[in-house]
Ligand binder design. Sequence first.
Ligand code: CP
Length: 321
Amino acid sequence: MSEPRQWRHKDLLDVSQLDRDDVAHIFEAAAYFQEINSRPVKKVPTLRGRSVVLFFAEPSTRTKTSFDVAGKRLSADTFSLAKSSSSLRKGESLKDTALTLQAMNPDAIVIRHESSGAAQFLAERLECSVINAGDGWHAHPTQSLLDAFSLHQQWGAMDFSGKTVLILGDIAHSRVARSNVRLLTMLGAKVRLCGPRTLMPATLKGWPVEVCPRLDEAVRGVHAVMCLRLQLERQQDGLLPDLREYAVRYGLGLRHLKAAAEDAVVLHPGPMNRGVEINDDLADTDQCLVLDQVANGVATRMALLFLYLTRKSPVSGYATD
Ligand code: CP
């Protein structure tokens, strides 16, 4: 068990703010809350009286529901605000919307926004904790934490040295890829990228990765493949000539895993485009951890709400009776 300490962070903007000790505390707390999620009664009073605003200016199924479930299981009050039903639609600025929410004195605002830097913009102006639920192409820290927690449980280790993770698909537009490269390499894994040249970042300067353009070569010896969703809403026209051709060259199927390490697993942040990014023959097998990722997402977000709202050490601070 990790050493007790105060949680020193106010906001979660990306995983680059965290060190390995922080990540170990998050995983330890997530494992604790995972057990609570398996009980017949899945609710504890830990965050009773606290309030969390879920401010989602972009669509979301998993992340928003997961934070909502996580907050409610810890007895926090959660309030949802969507762009379509907020005064952002009437021209109110992000700053004024956020200051209005702050005036209601929440303990945390979880924000998803199409602009990279939106979460940081709020964090610099608000007293409450700001948790980034995905900002533009920049970062999706809670997704990468739940992905790494899923691999941590699969591999039974905190240190990912000796493991290679292939990230496959639309790297250029993916905040999930960016946060995962940062976190997986921090934990010691090697990261390999594969995807069409038009969907690779213009420069990979500063990315500690290897690139392998052909999928059949890229999968060789890897311990995990992380498929990405094609971010069609962020792509310019012409980057992807044909979905069928993409599926043939980059769609992951069961046959590809024959070249991977024994017991290799597959992740996808969702929503999955079956038959394009991942084939049915793989998506429905035990090697595909997509539903484990969703379940682990609730536990990971419970851990994050606990840590950011109480600022207590995960080993001494639980009040779960
Ligand atoms: N993985 C993820 O962010 O999914 P949603 O867009 O459904 O939240």
